[in-house]
Design a protein around this ligand. Sequence first.
Ligand code: AMP
Length: 188
Amino acid sequence: MFNLILFGPPGAGKGTQAVKIAETFGWKHVSTGDILRAEVSQGTPLGLKVKSVMEAGHLVSDELLIEIMESVFLKNSTVKGFVLDGFPRTINQAEELDKMLLKHGQKVTQVLALEVDEDELVKRLLKRALEQGRKDDTEEVVKNRLVQYHHHTKPLTDYYIDKKLYQEVYGVGSIDDIFSQLCAVIKP
Ligand code: AMP
């Protein structure tokens, strides 16, 4: 099983590229943001619990995320690979992911990070707010999400560099160009 983590700040284009990678390689795309948004829009108990946290641009608790991922893995044990988009987002999540994969005789195969500078990220996130009406893309919340990223998620870079799994791809340009660069370094 190929376990690819698509890493990067909010607005880097992880979702767009993850869909294309999953289609091309026949892997399962897992976006924890999409999973959580679906729970919120369906008004499930989990959705009600996480709604305000998400709308403020904060991170949902590690515990809940790990539970979600565990159930995703159990439901999809026969897939050839996963493209993880938006998970892990903390060192604790990364460690729990390693443990979870190990239990199933698996490991993280590769981590690809989309590199986009901060001004471009803010521009993209605000544009997305207008186009998609995402409640977590207003200016204040956008700033919050980037702060959370630098605080909690960016440190994962060293975690995966130490494991020799980490590789950067420049995330500015056309969707197809970025996709080609990603495909060129994915080693299934
Ligand atoms: P995303 O669509 O990946 O930007 O995620 C949207 C929101 O969902 C984030 O701002 C968080 O509130 C929540 N979320 C998604 N994935 C995670 C995660 N791995 N850990 C904590 N919160 C998450």
